[in-house]
Design a binder for this molecule. Structure first.
Ligand code: GRG
Length: 296
């Protein structure tokens, strides 16, 4: 199967699981549930859930054994996008090609929809469906790891630093910290948690974690480049916003050309890291190459 077929098929599987697990729109309070579903189903590449499935497939041959994790990851990611788009943060009107949640539902509902997706994610992982199928030590470690990846040390901490660094002289150490915590931590945790829940050994989890940090960093560099060079229609969001906000990014620090060189070197190094998996990691390697070539 080629990469595009793999991504399309897995995206479909993820969307079906999200639809089955998320509360229905007519659940009370209906507006809150509508807002949760609106943002989740507004589009999106489903990269994090697919990475969890790919990791599970590498270590166990079964990608679909981690669907509760896949759903949780997309809910955490979507919450972070809803909150990031709020007027108090990046103040964006369009996301995933549609009006942002606060534009459609108002700020209060958007904040609560984001909060709901975050708590729902952990509820899915700690719920009866997961307890029945996963080994308790692996499940507990996964929940702990995700809480760190989504919390003040990583995702939220990275977002905090990102906001605090706006319009300030840009320093390499800050750019690196923002990239690793805001973006790479959740991408890396998608792989490590996927492997852990699927029964992977510590060495496999360690390798996937290293690859995930590099992949996540390259992903953020590409995101920053797309902000400068990308097509708003293809991206489904406004461009040049990071530039306007004076964000601390690699293109701002080094320029576009050096950022591109660094990003490609990083992906080459990342591909070396997963060589021990041999042919089992062919799709994961393709995802790495796709991340730096993508146009949205
Ligand atoms: C508000 C706690 C909090 C965190 C926000 C996700 C985020 C942190 C900010 C969004 C802006 C941004 C550039 C984040 C870096 C991560 C990133 C590139 C997110 C976009 O992810 P994609 O491209 O989005 O996977 P889709 O829509 O395809 O799921």
């Amino acid at each position: 199967m080629n990469l595009q077929e793999y991504l399309t098929e897995n995206r479909r599987t993820v969307d079906k699981a999200l639809d089955e697990m998320l509360p229905a729109e007519d659940n009370e309070p209906t507006l809150l549930h509508q807002a949760m579903r609106y943002s989740v189903f507004a589009g999106g590449k489903r990269l994090r859930p697919i990475l969890a499935m790919t990791a599970a497939e590498i270590v166990s041959g079964d990608g679909e054994c981690v669907m509760p994790l896949a759903v949780a990851l997309e809910c955490i990611h979507t919450y972070s996008l809803i909150h990031d788009d709020l007027p108090a943060m990046d103040d964006d009107d369009v996301r995933r090609g549609k009006p942002t949640a606060h534009k459609v539902f108002g700020e209060a509902v958007a904040i609560l929809a984001g909060d709901s997706l975050l708590t729902f994610a952990f509820g899915v992982l700690a719920g009866p469906g997961s307890i029945r199928i996963y080994r308790p030590d692996r499940l507990l470690a996964t929940i702990g790891e995700l809480a760190v990846a989504a919390g003040p040390e990583e995702l939220i901490g990275g977002q905090f630093l990102d906001i605090m660094s706006e319009n300030k002289p840009v320093e390499a150490q800050t750019v690196e910290r923002i990239m690793l915590s805001k973006t790479a931590a959740l991408i890396s945790a998608s792989l490590t948690c996927g492997a852990r829940l699927a029964g992977g050994c510590e060495e496999e989890i360690r390798i996937l974690g290293r690859y995930g940090k590099m992949l996540g960093s390259a992903f953020q560099m590409k995101d920053d480049l797309l902000d400068l060079e990308g097509d708003a229609a293809k991206l489904g969001k406004a461009v040049k916003k990071d530039h306007e906000h004076g964000k601390a990014t690699y293109p701002k620090l080094l320029g576009k050309s050096k950022t591109k060189d660094m990003m490609r070197e990083l992906i080459d190094l990342a591909l070396d890291v997963i060589r021990p998996f041999g042919a089992r990691a062919a799709i994961l390697a393709d995802i790495g190459r796709y991340v730096v070539e993508r146009v949205h």
